[in-house]
Design a protein around this ligand. Structure first.
Ligand SMILES: Cc1cc2nc3c(=O)[nH]c(=O)nc-3n(C[C@H](O)[C@H](O)[C@H](O)COP(=O)(O)OP(=O)(O)OC[C@H]3O[C@@H](n4cnc5c(N)ncnc54)[C@H](O)[C@@H]3O)c2cc1C
Length: 546
């Protein structure tokens, strides 16, 4: 049917393409993709659901939102001029500053003129005869281009909890990723926060400063570690700006593109005193060092993981006055670092405040949301404001929300029903000329570093095709099978793959996301890049080009 429609349109002389490339999403990935494709001379259109650029940093305006990556290691590295012009004010910038930064980038490189805001893509269908992607927006408008690049984010499809009565609440309620653009005031208000992942932790520690009463409804605690944020003074600013080449070289060399990388020693290769001193040093350091720069075996060896978990549990007990509350805050179902580690600033001390209460909803389950608040098994709790820090349908969620169809009308959702299958996390067999940025099976870590690499890899492939007048790139089935197996192999032995989390594709708030999948590439970023470089150097022979 689709082919008949297509053939008719072609015979009526409808223009084959509106643009040379369509990019979906104007976050860090989409902005950089636009910049690079323009350099190649392509006519590009970016469709963005929001009203401005920035992606994650446009949507997540919740109180306390900020980086866990060091600001300077997060920004784009491609423009030396930009690096010198922009000054980060804090080691871990807050969301408003990052949003300002991305707006600055959009203006500096005059990107906005090719971005169409308020434009949610609802479907993308490949048309074999035209060798073209047809994209439909929510308002019904349709556009075509030979290349489709998805820059739709790995944490961009917000999910609410599946709780009966959620619509009935009469007070104000917010999802952290759909936060209003005007400030929300908490003084004298009874506030509930549901969720205690990285976002929940940032929200709780901020809201607790002003809320009349704050109730944290916790299903499972996470292992958190101190952020140790501070302002960047002039001398440090000068050092950062002078040291960018070395810093980015370091990010390129580390396992996950962070400034931190695992210590080559095993946990039990040192004396107990040395181990303790090393843990103390990491706990006192800025950022993800305690997670990414710890002994090399803490994420693979159970005994090593138990040692760091016991250390962090002790810290929590020292910081929380009421021992019963402390016990509730200590995870018992997974070890330190096997889920995303939230970084915190006085998070545990919040529970020493008289205006803050912790409700363990594993112990006292939520029965329903009522017009006045929340009914748990044991109590009826009244609130003025409800904050859902319940996260995202991660990695594949933003793909699932678009009706993506490849050759012969096959649906991406169906193709990935049992988990994603990709080549390098960039292509899917049967979906020619669709390139994914930060899709499943790519290296994540300090994400902009991976974004820049992926964008450049895709740019080089498109340049290669245009030089040779090739109009179609598809992944070969054997290449997909080999890469998907490789991604699985890389996850073997990692304790994190034995734990339910967004990184293993679990989301209890979404039907059908209760079985673990391998959603991300968990090998090292340098190994990932080496493999992708080899594919390019070999003339993309693992792709079907035509
Ligand atoms: C609260 C929070 C804190 C984070 N902190 C860090 C950190 O410290 N370090 C780190 O490395 N990473 C962090 N991340 C991860 C972050 O998502 C990435 O660093 C990065 O911003 C991803 O950029 P992106 O452009 O790939 O995706 P996004 O920033 O998610 O942008 C995707 C864009 O696509 C748009 N879009 C999606 N679907 C459609 C559609 N159908 N039609 C039109 N537009 C669409 C969205 O509106 C969005 O603007 C954080 C994420 C969150 C949520």
């Amino acid at each position: 049917m689709a082919a008949v429609h297509e053939a008719e349109a072609l015979s009526q002389g409808a223009p084959a393409h509106d643009w040379d490339a369509i990019v979906i999403g104007a976050g860090m990935s989409g902005l950089y993709m636009l910049y690079r494709l323009r350099e190649l001379g392509l006519r590009v259109r970016v469709f963005e659901a929001g009203t401005g650029v920035g992606g994650t940093w446009y949507w997540n305006r919740y109180p306390g939102a900020r980086f866990d990556s060091e600001s300077y290691s997060y920004g784009y590295s491609f423009s030396p001029e930009l690096l010198q012009e922009w000054s980060w004010s804090e080691h871990f910038a807050a969301q408003p500053e990052t949003l300002r930064y991305l707006n600055y980038v959009a203006d500096k490189f005059d990107l906005r003129r090719d971005i169409q805001f308020r434009s949610r893509v609802t479907s993308a269908h490949y048309q074999e005869m035209r060798r073209s992607w047809e994209v439909t927006l929510q308002d019904g408008a349709r556009y075509r281009a030979p290349f489709l690049i998805t820059a739709i984010g790995l944490l961009s499809a917000p999910t609410l909890p599946r709780i009966a009565g959620i619509e009935s609440f009469r007070g104000q309620s917010f999802h952290t990723a759909q936060w209003p653009h005007d400030p929300v005031h908490f003084a004298h208000k009874r506030v509930a926060v549901l969720g205690s992942g990285a976002t929940g932790v940032q929200t709780i520690q901020e809201v607790a400063k002003t809320a009349g009463h704050l109730t944290v409804l916790q299903r499972r605690p996470n292992w958190c570690a101190p952020l140790h944020n501070s302002k960047i003074d002039e001398a440090a600013q000068a050092r950062i700006k002078a040291g960018y080449p070395e810093m980015f070289a370091r990010c390129r060399a580390t396992f996950a593109c962070f400034l931190h990388t695992p210590d080559p020693r095993g946990t039990f290769e040192v004396t107990p005193d040395e181990r303790e001193a090393f843990f103390e040093k990491l706990y006192a350091e800025r950022g993800f060092g305690i997670w990414q720069g710890n002994f090399r075996d803490i994420l693979t060896d159970r005994a090593a993981n138990a040692a760091i978990s016991a250390f962090v549990a002790r810290k929590i007990r020292e910081r929380v006055r009421d021992p019963r509350v402390a016990e509730k805050l200590i995870p018992k179902d997974h070890g330190f670092g096997t889920r995303r580690v939230p970084l915190e600033t006085h998070y545990y001390e919040v529970y020493n405040q008289p205006n803050v209460e912790l409700v363990d909803i594993k112990h006292s389950p939520i029965e329903r949301i009522t017009p006045d608040g929340i009914k748990t098994r044991d109590a009826a709790l009244a609130f003025d404001i409800m904050i859902y820090a319940t996260g995202f349908d991660a990695i594949t969620g933003s793909f699932d929300r678009i009706d993506i169809r490849g050759r012969d009308g096959q649906k991406l959702r169906a193709k990935w029903a049992n988990g994603p299958q990709t080549f390098l996390g960039v292509q899917v067999e049967g979906f020619p000329n669709m390139f994914m940025l930060m899709g499943p099976h790519t290296a994540l870590g300090n994400i902009p570093r991976s974004i820049e690499y992926n964008v450049e890899w895709v740019t080089n492939l498109i340049a290669y095709m245009r030089q040779r007048r090739l109009t179609r790139a598809d992944a070969l089935p054997r290449a997909v099978a080999a890469w998907t197996d490789h991604v699985k192999d890389m996850g073997e032995g990692l304790l994190s793959n034995e734990v339910d989390s967004w990184m293993t594709g679990i989301n209890s708030n979404i039907a059908g996301k209760q079985s673990r999948i391998i959603a991300r590439y968990s090998g090292s970023a340098p190994a990932y890049r080496k493999r992708c470089d080899e594919v390019a150097a070999d003339g993309y022979r693992e792709l079907a080009l035509g």
